[in-house]
Design a protein around this ligand. Sequence first.
Ligand SMILES: Nc1ncnc2c1ncn2[C@@H]1O[C@H](COP(=O)(O)OP(=O)(O)OP(=O)(O)O)[C@@H](O)[C@H]1O
Length: 364
Amino acid sequence: MREASEPGEREGLSAVNEPGEREGLSAVNEPFIEVDGVEKVFDVRRRTGFLRWERRRVRAVDGISFTVARGEMVGCIGPNGAGKSTTVKMLTGILTPSGGRLRVAGIDPARERTRLAHRVGVVFGQRTTLWWDLPLIDSYRLVRRMYRIPAARYRENLDRCTELLGLGPLLEVPVRQLSLGQRMRGDIAAALLHDPAVLYLDEPTIGLDVLSKARVRSFLKDLNAERGTTVLLTTHDLQDIEQLCGRVMVIDHGRLVYDGSTAGLREAGGGERVLVVDLERELPPVQAPPARVVRVEGPRQWLALPAGEPAAALVAGIAARYPLVDLSLREPDIEAVIATMLGPAEKGPAAPGERAARAQDAVP
Ligand SMILES: Nc1ncnc2c1ncn2[C@@H]1O[C@H](COP(=O)(O)OP(=O)(O)OP(=O)(O)O)[C@@H](O)[C@H]1O
């Protein structure tokens, strides 16, 4: 406890963000997170034989640049070893960049990590920040002391999280007895008690069942909408991104290969939309170029539309020439789009460490 509260005292911090700092939506377009040509290189030693070691340089992040405005909710995806967690760790100040410039709320995270900690909440899906042997509520009391959260603010935030995350029956339960989904909700609440302006979430729905995922996603959506909390979400679950984030960044080999709208990702990846038509009876494949029939099952036919091809004229043409009963348009599978974007290595199951090895440059 002592250790955690000391740095704040040294820097003479006010306990938590002032209410006015609950991220002025007026400043929505100002960059809140600025990442400019950031690099992170790790020097690692690898054993290559008996008493033989090789020094290698792992370029985990290779000149990434982006900005995030206040109140934005941005998804970050990419294969294992792409550099996502390393980027988040640099944003929290846990790791120092090897090059480039980084600012969060105007603060250099590596230099003023403690000051930044009062503005930031972090949830790592695979690890807990809660005290394992203590009841959940005791962890929250400790968090309150660490951040010196005023009593009224603590109560308000705790009540809100307890209600929206369904934590009421769990508060007196030791963390070690919680299920994964319960613990995750507990972790999210712990990260929010001090009213952070930005929340980093690393795989917040990993291993959760469908209902728990829905609950966590709905909570995050409300948090972002009501409080204007800036959210950076790293995940392998594309539904997290599709349901929560209007913007997505795709990272591969330490580089940003896509940064834009989630909807635009499909087009950027050259994904095809599929038109499913139900005819009155079985018929030969529908002729409607440039769409082409890719599957026929009785009176139902599936037509692939090249990316960017408007559907309206095509649908009208089919309706005029064929006995149409029903039709629907399916967006391209986002997972397939990303696989295309990332190249052949992502299409099959990647061998463990394969991508990491590709990101490594041997040091002469
Ligand atoms: N502390 C470290 N020392 C040496 N290498 C590291 C360290 N941390 C990460 N790396 C390497 O940096 C690269 C990027 O790792 P990172 O954890 O950022 O990937 P990621 O995109 O988060 O992957 P995942 O989706 O599997 O979590 C990998 O090659 C990894 O092995």
